[in-house]
Design a protein around this ligand. Structure first.
Ligand SMILES: [Zn+2]
Length: 198
């Protein structure tokens, strides 16, 4: 039985979350017995609707569904690391803690993204929705001082390989899964469903 009756939803009124409905469901336990009928434990099913607040990173996740990859840059003239560009999106500079400027890195990614390293895994965490094996790639960009973790949707990863970003512009999920990578030169027809070059 899956309970979705009165499933919690959230509205924002005057800048504040207003949850309505139920966010926690409890289901019937079932006992765990050994071969001789001795009680060894219980299963304890729970169902929790987690509210994931995006805060200052909301524009990053929203932009993916619009085919854009946003990063940030420290523009504080008093910072030793002034001009550093960050991807993943960092709201604040880790060196001076000033608020960063949002920069559009879509073109930078199209022109210069390469695979720094990669990892292929068959074992996934709970609630994984990516097809296995998952080809995780650490993506490096020209002029960017950080490396972004992502996943390759087409082909096999290789160190140094040129890759380009693709975006789930049809029915975006508003999560990091809306961004993926394919080898440079991949045809639009070979992209996974819902994805485009932006
Ligand atoms: Zn700084």
């Amino acid at each position: 039985m899956r309970c979705t009756e009165d499933r919690g939803t959230v509205k924002v009124i005057n800048g504040r979350y207003r949850p309505t409905g139920k966010f926690h469901y409890i289901y019937e336990h079932s006992p765990i017995f050994d071969e001789n009928g001795k009680l060894m434990g219980i299963t304890n099913p729970r169902d929790v609707t987690h509210i994931h607040a995006y805060g200052g990173e909301a524009q990053f996740f929203e932009s993916l569904g619009k085919g854009k990859l946003l990063g940030t840059r420290c523009d504080n003239p008093h910072c030793e690391a002034e001009g550093s560009i960050f991807m993943p999106f960092r709201i604040h500079c880790p060196d001076c803690l000033a608020k960063n400027t949002v920069v559009d890195l879509t073109e930078t990614a199209r022109k210069s993204a390469t695979v720094h390293t990669f990892m292929i895994t068959e074992r996934t965490g709970a609630f994984n929705t990516l097809p296995t094996p998952i080809k995780f790639v650490n993506v490096e960009f020209e002029g960017v001082c950080t490396i972004l973790m992502g996943y390759l949707s087409v082909g096999e990863p290789e160190i140094g390989m040129r890759v380009v970003p693709i975006f789930k512009t049809q029915n975006p999920t508003f999560t990091i899964l809306d961004l993926s990578w394919v080898p440079a030169g991949t045809k639009e027809a070979d992209l996974p469903e819902g994805f485009t070059f932006g």
